[in-house]
Design a protein around this ligand. Structure first.
Ligand code: 16G
Ligand code: MG
Length: 531
């Protein structure tokens, strides 16, 4: 390691004194102007991680659904998954080291993690469409090159596309070709095979309105349009030509405000969806004939997908186990429907994709979705092998079902939740089953729910257990929640410190919102925070 060169280059990406940031649920995220040193240092860290794992590592520059002025960065581990927890700690230490200490902290990490510095390193980099992203990704490249790592800059890509590239590069192409065309070809082939010969009564099933949050999703969907046009025509809104990224639009806006995005022309009963700013989340929705808005969130997406997969499993007659993974935010109705009607086991993990992803790996088929629309399906190696074998060797209906499952495996991005891939899976299922958006929505009725943010002096005084459903500290808070909750039917509420913002989140649901006070349905819960 050439410490002099590192010190010299680092000075060009100097850390503002005293700034402390944490590698949180979604990497580092804050105002873009505070991130130059973090980017440079994440370039350095990616090289170390690559040397240690002897694999390609990804670095994605994005702040997802945050405002345009923000930015962020996260590292992608060898199989396309989130960075290992011990390296999250290294990332935090490195990002917070004061300028003069940084080379020493870097050395410490390489010793602690037993990195062989002679090993070659390869890093792939991607970025979203934020004005700050290009320069910040150049800072990542500076970090990579000063440690003599090799790199490939994919430029503008969605977050899940970068995860896909990392996975492809580390599995000798078995997962797919590590190019943007390879991604489009793999997904579109599976999508067209799935929708081919499907029952389809007219144009209704074939066109979809997509709100792209004025982000990268628009660019990438435009590029992909002609690959899928035989099976689906997409009409893009908020494509970034006029509006501001994530401003009054996108999946996060639609989910949290439970209303349509600005800039979208919606007619009654038209199927619409929204991506978030880096296209790793998707939610669907429609307006009914009375103009009422209906949201179809990650929970209902998981339900549609699970029921389709269960039907196919029944047809192939294999006892592959399937599990659904949710978080505390999952609507109580969805959990009840999955467990009681569909008889699928449901598990709850802490918020954050890495927790759901990890749990989903325990099943032959693990379906995971956060209510906010981030999710995918994981197939175990054994399940994949079995399905491929059946697709080759069995006959008639069984063969057809196995082939369908084979395409479903290819269509899901198993490295990360992916708005484009999820959208194509959903469209294929709706087409195959001849379901309208209303019929899908009618699977169950969501319990009315509200999510609020509360600014407190120190969110860290709140700690939780039981997958964030119970408060441990401050003492007395859980009792106060219990007292309120027990006065309503089918009610549930929880409080958790955010992992991405300096706030506390409050969630509540019940069978009706009538007694919650005003006609706006605002929850009246007031919690006194002590400690
Ligand atoms: C991040 C997470 C998302 C989670 C959200 C919670 C990833 C890739 N993204 O966006 O899964 O739902 O944070 O945010 O893990 P919060 O902690 O502020 O509520
Ligand atoms: Mg996102």
């Amino acid at each position: 390691m050439d410490l002099d060169a590192i010190t010299e280059y680092s000075a060009l990406h100097a850390k503002p004194n005293g700034l402390v940031l944490q590698y949180g649920t979604a990497g580092f995220r804050t105002k873009a102007e505070h991130l130059d040193h973090v980017m440079f240092r994440m370039g350095l860290l990616a090289v170390l991680r690559s040397k240690q794992t002897k694999s390609t590592i990804g670095v994605m520059v994005t702040a997802s659904h945050n405002p345009e002025e923000d930015n962020g960065v996260k590292l992608v581990d060898p199989l396309g998954e989130m960075l290992a927890p011990s390296w999250e700690e290294h990332a935090t230490c490195l990002a917070n080291a004061e300028e003069q200490d940084m080379p020493r902290v870097l050395m410490d990490i390489s010793v602690k993690a037993a990195v062989n510095l002679q090993q070659d390193a390869f890093v792939v980099i991607g970025r979203d469409t934020r004005p700050s992203s290009e320069k910040l990704s150049q800072s990542v490249i500076d970090g990579v090159t000063v440690l003599e790592g090799q790199f490939h800059d994919y430029g503008l890509v969605t977050t899940p596309q970068l995860h896909y590239m990392v996975c492809c590069r580390n599995t000798s192409g078995r997962y797919g070709k590590a190019t943007i065309e390879g991604y489009y070809e793999k997904l579109s082939r599976a999508f067209l095979e799935l929708t081919n010969q499907a029952f389809c009564s007219g144009d209704d099933y074939r066109s979809l309105k997509v709100d792209c949050a004025n982000g990268i999703g628009a660019l990438k969907l435009r590029e992909m349009e002609h690959y899928i046009s035989q099976g689906l025509s997409v009409q893009l809104f908020n494509d970034g030509t006029k509006g501001k990224l994530n401003h009054l639009c996108g999946a996060d806006f639609v989910k949290s405000h439970q209303k349509p995005p600005e800039g979208m022309e919606m007619k009654a009963n038209e199927r619409c969806c929204s991506f978030d700013g880096d296209a790793d989340r998707i939610v669907y929705y429609y307006l009914d004939v009375d103009g009422h808005f209906h949201l179809i969130d990650g929970d209902k997406i998981a339900t549609l997908i699970s029921s389709f997969l269960k039907e196919l499993l029944l047809e192939i007659g294999e006892s592959l186990n399937i599990g659904v993974v949710q978080t505390a935010y999952a609507n109580g109705s969805s959990t009840r429907y999955l467990e009681e009607v569909m008889k699928v086991p449901v598990y709850c993990t802490k918020t954050g994709v890495k927790h759901l992803h990890h749990k989903a790996q325990e099943f032959d088929i693990g379906v995971y979705f956060e209510a906010n629309g981030h999710g995918t399906v994981l197939f175990s190696k054994a399940a994949e092998t079995k399905i491929k074998q059946l697709a080759k060797e069995s006959e008639d209906k069984k063969k057809e079902a196995a082939k369908m499952l084979e395409n479903v495996i290819d269509l899901f991005n198993q490295a990360a939740g992916d708005a484009i891939s999820d959208m194509l899976v959903i469209e294929a299922i709706l087409t195959r089953k001849g379901l309208t958006v209303q019929q899908w929505d009618a699977l169950y009725t969501d319990l009315p729910n509200r999510q609020l943010k509360v600014k407190v002096a120190d969110r860290q005084v709140i700690s939780t257990t039981d997958a964030e459903r119970q408060v441990v500290t401050p003492l007395g808070l859980q009792e106060a929640i219990n007292d309120l909750v027990k006065t309503y039917k089918l009610s549930r509420a929880f409080v958790r410190p955010s992992g991405t913002e300096d706030i506390v989140r409050v969630y509540a649901e019940a069978d009706s919102q009538v007694s919650w006070g005003s006609s706006t349905g605002k929850c009246k819960v007031r919690v006194q925070l002590r400690g």
